[in-house]
Design a protein around this ligand. Structure first.
Ligand SMILES: [Zn+2]
Length: 391
C-alpha cells in the first residue's frame, strides 16, 4: 500500500514541478538560484509498533520469559539484564542478530531452559528404546561393516525422531538435543572467560577453529576481518609471515605458484606437490610470495595449550541449537499473540491452525478451525512450528 501512496505522491510532485517550470523563465531561474526545499514526509508503517510485550517474571526455578506469550520459557542462569535484552530482541523481531549473542551467552553461563530439559528427559528414553528396537530387529545390522553401521544408525535415529509424538518440528534440532548434549557444559568456560567483555570475538574464533590448521584467506573488507585481526593480536591466530611457509604454499593455486617461481622455474608446474618442493628451494621465497599474495590477509589458528578444540566446537554447536530453539519458540508465540491482539479490531470470521510440518501430535490438529481464538494457542511445545491464522 505504501508503494501506491509513494507513486501518487511522486506523481503529484512531478506535476507540481513540471507546471511551475512552465511558468515564466524568471520564476524558473529564481527557483534554481533560491530553491525552496520541498519536503515530502511519508509516514512509514511501523510494522511491529503494536507488538505484544514479552513479559519477564522471576520464579523459583529461574526467570520466566514470555509471561504474556502462549508458551513462556523458564531460563536458568540468566540474569535480569540478559533477560531484558532477550525480551527486547523478541519484541523487535530481531532474533537473527540476537542468535549469536544468545548462543555465546548460553555457552558462557551454561544457561538451561527448563522446557528443553523436560522434553529431553521425557523423550530421550523413548528415542533410545526405539533406536535399540530398530537395531535388534534389523537383519542388516549384524553383518554390516562399521561404516554401514553408522549409516544404518543415522537412518534408525531419524526414523525414531520423526515418530516422537511431540518434538521440535525441525528433526535435526531434535536429534541434536537427544544425541549431542555435551556431558560437561563447562568445557568451554575457561576459554570463554578469557574473552571478558569481548565475547563477540568468541564465535569468530570458533568459526576459525572449523578450518583446522588450514591457512585462511581473509581479504580486507570481508566479513569478520576486523575480528580476525583482533584475535591475531590476542595470540589466538597466527598472521602473515608468522605462518609456516609450507602451509601458505599449500593454500596457493598452481597459477600463483608459477607466478612466485617466475623466471626461476625450470619447467611448467603441473602438480602442486612438485611445485611446493621446488619453491621451497628458493632462498628468497618469502619475498617472492609477498609479491603475489598479501601476507596481511592470511590467518591460521594458533595452537591452544590444554584446549580440546573439537570438544569446544561441539559444545558451542549445542549452545547454538538451544539458543535457536529459545528464540524461535518465543518469537512464534509473539506472532500468535500479535494476531490475537489485532483481531480485536477486525473480528475475523474464524481461526485456522496450520500444523502441517510439525510433530505427529500437532499434525493431528492441522486444519482445525475455531470461531474464536482457541483457549490453548500455539506454540504448543518447544520448537513448535504451528501457526494460527484468520479466516
Ligand atoms: Zn506444533
Amino acid at each position: 500500500m505504501w508503494l501506491v501512496i509513494f507513486i501518487v505522491v511522486a506523481a503529484v510532485l512531478w506535476w507540481f514541478i513540471n507546471s511551475s517550470s512552465k511558468g515564466t523563465t524568471k520564476q524558473a531561474k529564481s527557483a534554481t538560484t533560491d530553491p525552496t526545499p520541498v519536503t515530502v514526509s511519508l509516514s512509514v508503517s511501523q510494522g511491529f509498533s503494536s507488538s505484544t510485550q514479552v513479559g519477564i517474571q522471576p520464579t523459583e526455578h529461574g526467570i520466566s520469559i514470555g509471561t504474556n506469550l502462549p508458551l513462556p520459557l523458564t531460563l536458568v542462569g540468566l540474569d535480569r539484564n540478559d533477560a531484558e535484552r532477550l525480551a527486547k530482541a523478541i519484541e523487535q523481531r530481531d532474533t537473527y542478530t540476537a542468535r549469536g549473542w544468545l548462543t555465546t551467552l548460553v555457552a558462557a553461563k551454561n544457561i538451561r531452559c527448563k522446557e528443553i530439559d523436560d522434553w529431553i528427559s521425557s523423550y530421550k528414553p523413548k528415542f533410545e528404546a526405539a533406536v535399540n528396537q530398530a537395531i535388534t530387529s534389523s537383519q542388516d545390522w549384524a553383518v554390516a561393516s562399521d561404516l554401514d553401521k553408522e549409516d544404518l544408525l543415522a537412518e534408525f535415529q531419524l526414523h525414531a525422531i520423526e515418530n516422537l509424538s511431540t518434538r521440535p518440528s525441525d528433526t535435526a534440532t531434535a536429534l541434536s538435543l537427544l544425541t549431542e548434549e555435551p556431558s560437561d557444559l563447562s568445557v568451554d568456560d575457561e576459554l570463554l572467560a578469557r574473552f571478558g567483555d569481548r565475547q563477540e570475538l568468541y564465535p569468530v574464533l570458533l568459526s576459525a577453529f572449523s578450518y583446522g590448521d588450514k591457512v585462511q584467506i581473509v581479504p580486507i573488507g570481508s566479513y569478520n576481518r576486523k575480528e580476525y585481526e583482533e584475535l591475531a593480536a590476542l595470540g589466538y591466530l597466527k598472521r602473515g609471515s608468522d605462518i609456516d611457509i609450507a602451509a601458505i604454499l599449500s593454500r596457493m593455486t598452481l597459477k600463483q605458484m608459477t607466478e612466485v617461481a617466475g623466471e626461476a622455474a625450470t619447467k611448467k608446474f603441473t602438480r602442486k606437490a612438485a611445485a611446493i618442493e621446488f619453491l621451497k628451494t628458493l632462498p628468497d621465497l618469502s619475498e617472492r610470495i609477498s609479491k603475489v599474495i598479501a601476507y596481511r590477509e592470511l590467518f591460521q589458528v594458533a595452537p591452544l595449550e590444554g584446549i580440546d578444540v573439537t570438544e569446544i566446537a561441539a559444545s558451542y554447536h549445542y549452545s547454538g541449537e538451544v539458543a535457536r530453539l529459545i528464540l524461535n519458540t518465543l518469537q512464534s508465540g509473539a506472532y500468535v499473540a500479535d494476531e490475537v491482539a489485532r483481531a480485536k479490531e477486525f473480528t475475523p470470521e474464524g481461526w485456522e491452525l496450520s500444523a502441517d510440518d510439525c510433530c505427529p501430535d500437532c499434525k493431528k490438529l492441522d486444519g482445525k478451525t475455531w470461531k474464536r481464538p482457541p483457549q490453548k494457542l500455539p506454540p504448543f511445545h518447544i520448537g513448535c512450528s504451528c501457526q494460527l491464522s484468520w479466516l
